[in-house]
Write a protein that binds this ligand. Structure first.
Ligand code: CUA
Length: 196
């Protein structure tokens, strides 16, 4: 019996009506704990979002998935890595069942990189592990993500959105190379590391 009294979890419930002050006190404690947790979660979102650019891509840009290969930005000759006048690079890719075109993108290290990707068929996913790059590639829309790679290496890029029977075999690579290993590109030239 003495045991029941010392252990608060085993204490019998009070008979009759629980006093109002006790209910208010318990509710206030929960409210404080919830507001505290909410504050911590909001702080994490704001800090990671502003310091590491970890946020959902917000680019909303439409494109006709039926005609995109016929000309314009996503014509085959325009895919791959392009040099921009400000020294940054833009990588344009197409995701389709079941490959990325090109299958290997080459980008320089310590340089702002902008990926622009769209799909011709199903919803695909574009994810580079250990970076802030993670977006869905939805037909009809252009997905745009910006990042900077701080060290050279090869990033495996699995399609991370189930897109059909061949989903598990849908891969591409992003090869981050020292600046001088990237060919000098004229404004109309494109490069990739896909095997011809
Ligand atoms: Cu493409 Cu999964």
């Amino acid at each position: 019996m003495a045991d029941n009294v010392t252990n608060p979890l085993r204490r019998p419930l009070p008979d009759g009506v629980i006093p109002e002050q006790e209910i208010t006190r318990t509710e206030d404690r929960w409210l404080t704990a919830m507001l505290g947790m909410l504050g911590v979660m909001m702080a994490i979102i704001v800090v990671t979002g502003s310091l590491h650019a970890l946020h959902p891509p917000s680019n909303v840009e439409t494109i006709n998935p039926i005609t995109l290969h016929l000309g314009g930005e996503f014509a085959e000759s325009n895919l791959g890595t392009a040099a921009e006048p400000d020294g940054s690079v833009t990588v344009r890719m197409i995701a389709e069942q079941y490959s990325f075109v090109p299958t290997c993108a080459q980008v320089p290290v310590d340089t702002p990189v902008k990926f622009r990707i769209t799909s011709t068929d199903a919803i695909h996913g574009f994810l580079l592990p250990a970076t802030n790059v993670n977006t869905m590639v939805v037909p009809g829309y252009v997905a745009e993500v910006r990042t900077t790679f701080s060290r050279p290496g090869v990033y495996d890029m699995p399609c991370n959105e189930f897109c059909g029977y061949g989903h598990h075999g849908m891969w591409a690579r992003v090869k981050v190379v020292p600046r001088d290993q990237l060919p000098d590109l004229s404004p109309v030239e494109r490069t990739s590391c896909a095997k011809q």
